[in-house]
Write a protein that binds this ligand. Structure first.
Ligand code: PGA
Length: 252
């Protein structure tokens, strides 16, 4: 019922020509994959060029961030509509690196979520606790606050265009993947939160991706969990071979 998504977050890596080369390798190898959405999120400067490369293929483009305003005096920022114009279908919003390194608040993230939806794209909305929050027992409160505030003001219809990514901060880029039970528990909790805010169908239909050190050797176990609907992959998405293996996770 929930079509899996494997999304590669390339972060601050790859020139335009390197990005094109990687996408071409991926395209050939995933041409037969129809039971999974495949997304890559390159840097802004590669988006427009990659849009023509991926046209007609199984690969879709995401941006890694956007600004909530549609236009105006916001030097250095990019609006959701401009990202759509460049060929994006998705925008990642609220990644923990944006929250931690750039001070993004729940309110600001909520405004971005709304801007992406208003521009007619899908949003990949990230949440996740730090190790300190997990160890101190605050994890569920943190996730509840991030989900409640980040999705504030959205209705059931808008939620059809929202994908949630659960990314425990302590697992991102550390090689320390959450155990399948830790990931599944968090996903069940997040799905339960949706039940409190929206209609039952939103709880059932919203795709929740896991992110944080997803690799070829752990993707199968994660994807076997009932509430894990895909993966947001950082480091392993930069190598064609690894990302292809992740897209080809073992179907149950
Ligand atoms: P990682 O990054 O796979 O390198 O841990 C995941 C992410 O930041 O989305």
């Amino acid at each position: 019922m929930r079509k899996p998504i494997i999304a590669g977050n390339w972060k601050l890596h790859k020139t335009i020509s390197e990005a094109r080369e990687l996408v071409q390798q991926l395209q050939e190898s995933v041409a037969d994959v129809s039971d999974c959405e495949i997304i890559v999120a390159p840097v802004f400067t590669a988006l427009a060029s990659l849009a023509s490369t991926v046209a007609g293929s199984k690969i879709q483009l995401a941006a890694q961030n956007c600004h909530p305003a549609t236009s105006g005096a916001f030097t250095g920022e990019v609006s959701a509509a401009l990202l759509k114009d460049a060929g994006c279908s998705y925008v990642i919003v609220g990644h923990s690196e944006r929250r931690q390194l750039f001070g993004e608040t729940d309110d600001f993230i909520n405004a971005k979520v709304k801007a992406v939806l208003a521009a007619g794209m899908q949003v990949i909305f990230c949440v996740g606790e730090t190790l300190e929050e997990r160890d101190s027992g605050a994890m569920f409160d943190v996730l509840a606050r991030q989900v409640r505030e980040g999705l504030r003001g959205l209705d059931n219809d808008a939620m059809r265009h929202v994908i949630i990514a659960y990314e425990p901060v302590w697992a991102i880029g550390t090689g320390q993947v959450a155990s399948v039970d830790q990931a599944q528990d968090a996903h069940v909790f997040i799905r339960g939160l949706l039940a409190g805010f929206f209609d039952k169908c939103v709880e059932e239909q919203t795709r929740i991706l896991y992110g944080g050190s997803v690799k070829p050797d752990n993707v199968d176990g994660l994807m076997a969990q009932g509430d894990i609907d895909g993966a947001l992959v950082g480091g392993a998405s930069l190598k064609a071979e690894d990302f292809i293996r992740i897209v080809r996770f073992t179907r149950q």
